[in-house]
Design a protein around this ligand. Structure first.
Ligand code: NDP
Length: 239
């Protein structure tokens, strides 16, 4: 019962990295998938081509709350239904200017909530809201990443609250907390890689596919009794 045939999904920030892997895995499980992107139209188009079927790409900067709401509406209109929201788009900055604080909170924290509220309006029984948080939303093992960690820790409160709000309607809400995953955001060959690997129990970076498989499971009927949960997919980073 990992089959998602007939379901409609929206994955934010899916032109590259973890989001692209999630979009492909959901499509492989049978879902119709819409993706958003902000600055990579060519990469988004390439992902859509790989997804096949009814897949669409929507330009929607997650920093723009209205664009996020419209992406949900557009997905529901394109597929005639809306079953699965995956809040994946995220950014990291290392300089605490006011501008960066606003941007990171807008993209990593406000957008998932705005999208979840919009999705809840169009979802029916069996709906799924899955947010990609971070192991840093739970434990912070390094200096210099407070803003990002703060933005991701909020996803736990959001997930627990929404699980209560939407549980009566049969909609589940969960947050996945990845450890180090090899992407443009966190390349496995960067100078910051070794310390992250040292924090894991498995002694390695994770693959985007390992996050995507967890999302497919949470989106499926197999996970029907899981809600309000934070699922670590971090190689044991927070063990
Ligand atoms: P990447 O930077 O590799 O990819 C980010 C994706 O999000 C791209 O598709 C990008 O689109 C999109 N995106 C970025 N900003 C916006 C925006 N303002 N509006 C819409 N889309 C946007 O990141 P990852 O794949 O590594 O990360 C995905 C998620 O996983 C993020 O939430 C991240 O915080 C989280 N995460 C990642 C970890 C890691 O180690 N990689 C660990 C823990 C959590 P475009 O191409 O158009 O810019």
């Amino acid at each position: 019962n990992l089959n998602l045939k007939g379901k409609a999904a929206l994955v934010t920030g899916a032109s590259r990295g973890i989001g692209a892997a999630i979009a492909k895995a959901l499509a492989a499980a049978g879902a119709d998938v819409a993706i958003t992107y902000s600055s990579s139209p060519d990469k988004a188009a390439a992902v859509v081509k790989e997804l096949g079927g009814k897949a669409i790409a929507i330009r929607a900067d997650s920093a723009d709350a209205k664009a996020v709401q419209e992406a949900v509406t557009q997905t529901a209109r394109a597929f005639g239904r809306f079953d699965i929201l995956v809040n994946n788009a995220g950014i990291v900055t290392y300089e605490d200017t006011l501008e960066n604080i606003d941007k990171v909170l807008a993209v990593n924290t406000r957008a998932p909530y705005v999208a979840a509220l919009a999705a809840a309006e169009v979802m029916k029984q069996g709906g799924r809201i899955i947010t990609i948080g971070s192991c840093l939303g739970e434990n912070v093992r390094q200096a210099g990443i407070t803003l990002y960690s703060m933005s991701k820790a909020a996803m736990t409160g959001m997930t627990r609250g929404l699980a209560r709000d939407l549980g009566p309607r049969g909609i589940t809400v969960n947050v996945v907390q990845p450890g180090p995953i090899d992407t443009d955001m966190n390349p496995a060959d960067s100078e910051y890689a070794a310390s992250q690997v040292a924090n894991t129990a498995l002694g390695r970076y994770g693959h985007t596919r390992e996050i995507a498989d967890t999302v497919v499971f949470l989106a499926s009927e197999a996970a029907s009794y899981i809600t309000g949960a934070q699922i670590a997919v971090d190689g044991g980073t927070n063990a």
